[in-house]
Design a binder for this molecule. Structure first.
Ligand SMILES: [Zn+2]
Length: 433
């Protein structure tokens, strides 16, 4: 039934290290003052994100917004150079997630992290998008952080309960503000870094409705695209600028209006993972709402929702179109300006990178010369980012460095980007005596 061997599955579960966040004191909200709820949400987070259908369209089913063939353009803000992901499952007493739901999600993030820098999955195409002053491309570098289980009760409904896509009436309705408050609480009480390289993915179970405001229902802006012109998930932030805490809100998506149409892992979480990929890639290229989107405000995943590309094969429970760290997923495509199309992976050439250093037995206090060796047909304009084990960095092609601190052994890393953003990371150890 599942494509994972039982042993791998068990291993993934042990590794996922679910930490209980239940013991949060009720008074830990933004006390530190480090994080505040943004009063003006960026335009991007009001988009009906992850709006995908696999259900027969009825009269009530809003036609999906056309993806459009226009390019996304840059709006002056930052992109992400790394993404440390904290999955948090907000499941109070009285609510539950299906068996295997959290395991599949934590395995997914581990897989996406493991395949960092690669071109082989849908994340590989985000590297073409960049920020300026100075110009620097986004990177597909994901770190999988321990998952948290938040069992704090939901607040009293801030919006009226309503009928969800599966025909059931919600048990609680959370406003955007209530969701943001929980993010602030999680960040503050666990001292999570509030920066552009960190993102919380907050998952809620079946029966939880959400709306932008308490009066959104009549005009859309609620979870459930089938009847309310709403969303399946969204990404946003609390705080502002480089102190923002990025998050994505991921309701239960295995119901009409939000399913992806395939379930290669035979678990309800397959549905939400499609929208996790959607929100994750949009965050990488538009973390603050002033990065990359088209003239209609569509971010790189919005433009390709409902578009899955070609299946690579099938499991016993459904088709898959992505293989990430050897595991199979069904994820939407993403917009590539370079290809002028929705793409499943990055098919363009990458630089081949290595470097040498001399002397081969470096001594502290004496100069070491590093020489990069980069090859790539048809390309000559590479940029270089060196990281040295003493904390130093360089953007030269062939830097020299004097290690003044005694380092027994460490790693020198070189990331080379070509003129289109494709990046190769090469690392080797160095011992300084
Ligand atoms: Zn979106």
């Amino acid at each position: 039934m599942l494509r994972r061997s039982p042993s791998l599955r068990a291993l993934a579960c042990v590794a996922c290290a679910i930490v209980t966040l239940a013991a949060l004191p009720a008074t830990t909200a933004a006390g530190a003052g480090r994080v505040s709820i943004a009063t003006a949400a960026p335009a991007r987070d009001v988009q009906p994100d992850g709006f995908s259908d696999s259900t027969p369209s009825g009269s009530a089913h809003r036609a999906p917004r056309a993806g459009g063939q226009s390019q996304v353009t840059y709006h002056g803000g930052p992109v992400q150079h790394s993404s440390a992901v904290y999955p948090v499952f907000w499941v109070p007493p009285g609510y539950s997630l299906p068996a295997g739901y959290t395991d599949l999600i934590t395995t997914y993030f581990a897989d996406v992290a493991e395949d960092s820098w690669k071109s082989s999955n849908v994340y590989g195409s985000i590297v073409q998008y960049y920020e300026t002053n100075p110009k620097r491309f986004a990177s597909y570098v994901v770190a999988n952080k321990p998952a948290g289980m938040d069992t704090r009760p939901f607040p009293q409904s801030g919006c009226p309960n309503y009928t969800l896509g599966d025909g059931t009436v919600s048990k609680v309705c959370l406003t955007r503000g209530q969701i943001q408050k929980e993010i602030v609480r999680i960040v503050a009480s666990h001292n999570l870094p509030a920066d552009l390289g960190t993102q919380i993915f907050l998952f809620t179970p079946q029966g939880v409705a959400s709306c932008k405001t308490k009066t959104s229902l009549a005009k859309g802006g609620c979870y459930n695209p089938l009847q309310f012109n709403g969303y399946c998930a969204f990404h946003s932030r609390v705080g502002s600028g480089s102190d923002a805490s990025l998050f994505a809100y991921m309701p239960y998506n295995a119901l009409p209006g939000c399913t992806s149409g395939q379930s290669p892992n035979g678990n309800a979480a397959d549905a939400v993972l499609n929208n996790v990929a959607h929100e994750h890639m949009e965050t990488m290229t538009d973390p603050l709402g002033n990065g990359w989107y088209d003239a209609s405000g569509r971010e790189i995943a919005d433009k390709c929702h409902l578009k899955f590309g070609r299946a690579l094969g099938s499991t016993a429970t459904g088709q898959y179109n992505q293989v990430i760290n050897g595991h199979r997923y069904w994820l939407q495509t993403v917009w590539s300006n370079r290809a002028k199309a929705c793409v499943q992976r990055n098919t363009y050439s990458y630089p081949k990178v290595s470097f040498t250093y001399s002397p081969s037995n470096p001594v502290h206090g004496k100069k070491v010369t590093f020489k990069s060796n980069v090859k790539q047909a048809g390309e000559s304009k590479w940029t270089y980012r060196w990281s040295f084990p003493d904390g130093g960095t360089s953007t030269a092609a062939n830097p020299t460095r004097v290690f003044n601190t005694f380092i027994f052994s460490g790693t020198v890393t070189l990331v080379v980007a070509d003129s289109k953003g494709n990046q190769t990371r090469f690392a080797r150890s160095i011992t300084v005596k």
